[in-house]
Design a protein around this ligand. Structure first.
Ligand SMILES: C[S@@+](CC[C@H](N)C(=O)[O-])C[C@H]1O[C@@H](n2cnc3c(N)ncnc32)[C@H](O)[C@@H]1O
Length: 149
């Protein structure tokens, strides 16, 4: 699949929906150019982590981090997010195709702590362990979930 970043206007919306505060540890699963992380870390002193498989995007995200005046921390990792333990994250940001969401879902169900929040860009996540809290947008949607049970 070609690289498709989240539409710019959706980044502040996702940030608002997640209600990020200083105690949060947030991960963008497949962070692309790091746009969500830089937007967030500019505004709140939380810990932002991004993992990106594509080395070019990883490098761009690293550069964007360096160009950002931040209140929070940003950590960009080069690698596969399937190797990351998600239990330490309170907030998850993700934008993936439905086929990829299906692959990620068992990991979200197994590792997320109760109360963790997930924003999925454009595509919904179907899981009895993720309760839909909010859905917004017309053509390009955002979905906010909470880990329950
Ligand atoms: C649709 S883009 C979203 C990029 C960014 N999160 C955004 O919203 O603008 C999905 C990204 O996930 C990355 N990706 C896909 N599978 C991955 C994996 N297993 N581990 C790390 N990154 C992955 C892709 O390289 C791509 O940059």
């Amino acid at each position: 699949m070609p690289y498709v970043p989240t539409r710019r206007y959706q980044i502040p919306r996702a940030f608002e929906l997640l209600r990020i505060n200083e105690k949060d540890k947030i991960i963008d699963l497949g962070c692309g150019n790091g746009q969500f992380l830089t937007y967030g870390a500019k505004r709140v002193g939380a810990d932002f982590v991004g993992i990106e498989l594509n080395v070019v995007l990883y490098t761009i995200a690293r550069i964007n981090k360096l160009l950002t005046r931040r209140k929070g921390t940003i950590t960009i990792k080069h690698g596969n997010f399937f190797s990351e333990d998600l239990s330490k994250y309170s907030k998850i940001f993700m934008f993936h195709m439905p086929t990829q969401i299906k692959n990620i879902l068992p990991k979200l169900e197994k590792e997320l702590q109760k109360g963790a929040k997930v924003v999925s860009i454009v595509f919904p996540i179907e899981s009895p362990k993720l309760r839909l809290l909010k859905e917004e947008g017309d053509k390009y949607k955002l979905f906010l979930y909470e880990r329950v049970n």
